[in-house]
Design a protein around this ligand. Structure first.
Ligand SMILES: [Zn+2]
Ligand SMILES: [Zn+2]
Length: 203
């Protein structure tokens, strides 16, 4: 799973995806629109699913940031009641690593004051690139270079502070004609060819 925005659990249910089937969650950064879907998801893993290990991969400090989120969510019940039933492993993303049988690379992207981890994840001989949030700077080109599929943010038209505009997204796509792009993170509006809400894309 790549990031965990707020409607995560209801969307999984509507698409017939079982929370128990998620082995790894890659988090790009800790902004709320990428992490606040985790508490209901974790609740499901703890009380509905049978205990099964899950790995969270993310930027430095991932253990502290996620534990703080879960303590905020459940207060004094988190540590004694829920944590013992939650088989989670927190992993700080390395430059290159391997998790759940997949090799990955981390590319640091420009976003906000802390930056963002972009990931290149191998599926057999294919490469999926995922940006999370980023400005359209040189590291983003490095992230998507040679990838078969790239899921990249394109927040909106014109001036989009700390993010990538639709115009910059079009230019990025042009510079990498062999990569199939899926743009996400739109904050408003729609464009021709946009996927419908909850549409499943075969890639
Ligand atoms: Zn962000
Ligand atoms: Zn965001």
């Amino acid at each position: 799973m790549l990031d965990a925005g707020a409607p995560l659990l209801p969307h999984m249910h509507r698409l017939g995806i079982q929370p128990i089937d998620i082995d790894v969650v890659f988090l790009t950064h800790f902004h709320g629109d990428h992490t606040l879907g985790l508490p209901p998801f974790v609740l499901h893993r703890i009380f509905v699913d049978k205990p099964r290990a899950i790995t969270f991969v993310g930027p430095d400090g991932i253990d502290k940031r996620l534990e703080a989120l879960f303590e905020l969510s459940w207060g004094v019940d988190w540590k004694p009641v829920m944590l013992p039933r939650f088989k989670a492993r927190y992993v700080t993303a390395r430059k290159r690593g391997r998790v759940a049988g997949h090799e990955y690379e981390t590319v640091r992207l420009d976003h906000g004051s802390t930056g963002c981890n972009g990931y290149r994840i191998k599926f057999g001989d294919r490469v999926l690139a995922y940006s999370g949030d980023t400005e359209p700077t040189a590291p983003l080109d490095a992230l998507v270079d040679g990838a078969d599929v790239a899921i990249v943010e394109a927040t909106g038209p014109g001036d989009v502070f700390s993010h990538m505009s639709w115009e910059a997204a079009a230019a990025l796509k042009k510079r990498h004609p062999k990569t199939r792009f899926v743009f996400n993170h739109l904050f408003s509006g729609t464009v021709t060819g946009a996927a419908k809400d909850l549409q499943v894309l075969e890639v």
